[in-house]
Design a protein. Structure first.
Length: 467
């Protein structure tokens, strides 16, 4: 497969090291805000039960409410940011998150806290969606894939380490202090965005936002079978991670008798293997296609998931026999997660916000449904964890085979506003090429083919359908 030339200003790898690091830190912090919002307060669940007089299920409902808020907010913020630009929805969302976090710190009852957690999820949704969309706005090619891989490291690892950080903070502060910490974090991010992040959607590419066209835009995106597959694979991959997060404490502490400190170490090894997978993926994207790496991760992840299930059900090898296939599985998920959004955003570059929203909503929505499954299963905790992880990865491989494998090779058929935007950008690019050709002809030289790129390119073979 031939890779199109990337203009220097859109090549992430051509940037100086300091600028590359600043992009990773800023966008990575935005992408991680959702995970910290969801998971930072998990160690405080017993205190919430005691102080607010709530049942265990009522406390867990505050977690589900946040994930529902994040998923719904992503579906709204995606097309909104495509229409009006990235900065305004992002700053408004961070402001909502600050206010909601402070109100959570003052919540008098579990019911009020649950409602405020939904609002908090709505606020944090803008950060994750827009962080992904900005990558596609600013960069192309393998450099974009590399930056995407770095962000996926942060997104994947944050749910694994946020509870540990929350536990440390809980030793120092009351549980309400955790929500104050979230308010400080989102406030600091709002300042950083206001100072450092430029608007990445040019004014002539924006349009008036309306809910009905936005919904039609989602319908148009979901007419692409390849994108449906990628969205479902994203959700199922995140479900495997949340199966690990939700069940590992019961598996290692109750079933295998580890202390809290030993559990923290064992839990961190899983996160380290996820990081290793994403880091290896980042070094391989220059040699192999994103689709090839995605397939490798899915096939090997499904296989290691089956080994994990066998180890959990038979008890072969004790805890080490469980950890080895668990590490293999987490490593393979690290190969899957970065390539999913790269492939999806390449197909729908002119609707990057809405596409990122679908991916994020799928990850949080499917994971929210999968997280409590372990407690309902009539198995030991380790077996329940293995069932969720292996089942999610096998389902992801099946979805890829049915929806994505063949259709990904065909260019997408664009519909509605996405088609109009793609056509406009193609016209702009053609005019730029003609202008450079005239200048070069006047100088007595020939214009090199594809020498000009102005913004994200759209495959010339893409079909555009206007309603």
């Amino acid at each position: 497969m031939t890779t199109a030339a990337v203009a220097p200003e859109r090549d992430f790898t051509a940037l100086p090291l300091r600028r590359r690091a600043s992009w990773v830190v800023l966008l990575g912090s935005l992408a991680a805000l959702g995970a910290f919002t969801i998971d930072l307060y998990l160690p405080a669940f017993p205190e919430l039960e005691t102080e607010l007089g709530a049942s265990t299920s009522a406390v867990q409902l505050t977690l589900t409410g946040t994930m529902v808020g994040v998923a719904l907010g992503m579906l709204l913020v995606g097309p909104l940011s495509d229409a009006v630009g990235r900065r305004r929805p992002l700053l408004v969302g961070l402001g909502v998150h600050v206010v909601a976090s402070l109100l959570c710190a003052l919540a008098p009852t579990i019911e009020v806290l649950t409602a405020l957690r939904v609002l908090q999820g709505l606020g944090t949704s803008s950060a994750a969606v827009i962080a992904l969309a900005v990558v596609r706005d600013k960069f192309d090619g393998r450099g974009a894939a590399r930056l995407q891989a770095r962000l996926m490291v942060i997104v994947g690892v944050s749910p694994l380490f946020a509870p540990s950080i929350g536990g440390v903070l809980l030793e120092l502060f009351h549980w309400r202090g955790l929500f104050v910490a979230l308010a400080v974090l989102s406030g600091a991010l709002a300042v950083a965005v206001a100072v450092l992040l430029p608007e990445t959607v040019p004014a002539h590419h924006r349009r008036r936002f309306a809910l009905r066209p936005a919904l039609r835009g989602y319908v148009g995106l979901l007419r692409d079978p390849a994108l449906i597959g990628l969205v479902l694979v994203a959700g199922l991959s995140m479900s495997a991670i949340f199966g690990y997060v939700a069940q590992s404490s019961f598996a290692f502490q109750q079933q295998y008798g580890l202390s809290a400190a030993a559990f923290g170490l064992a839990f961190a090894t899983g996160g380290a293997m996820l990081v290793a997978g994403t880091q290896v993926n980042g070094s391989l994207v220059h040699r192999f296609s994103s689709q090839g790496l995605l397939v490798t991760g899915l096939v090997s992840g499904a296989a290691s998931g089956v080994l994990l299930l066998l180890a959990a059900t038979t008890g072969f090898g004790g805890m080490l026999g469980l950890l080895v296939p668990l590490w293999m599985t987490m490593f393979c998920i690290g190969l899957v997660m970065p390539n999913n959004p790269v492939l999806a955003l390449e197909r729908h570059a002119t609707a990057a916000g809405a596409t990122a929203a679908l991916l994020g909503a799928s990850q949080h929505g499917v994971a929210a449904a999968a997280a409590p499954l372990g407690g309902a299963m009539p198995f030991p905790p380790a077996t329940s964890m293995a069932v969720i992880m292996s089942g999610a990865l096998l389902a992801a491989l099946l979805v890829y085979a049915l929806f994505t494998r063949r259709t990904l090779a065909r260019p997408p058929v664009l519909h509605g506003e996405e088609a109009r935007t793609a056509a406009l950008r193609e016209v702009e690019r053609a005019r730029a090429v003609e202008a450079e050709a005239e200048l070069l002809a006047a100088a007595g030289t020939d214009a090199p083919e594809g020498s000009v790129r102005s913004g994200p390119s759209v495959p010339a073979t893409s079909s555009c359908h206007h309603p």
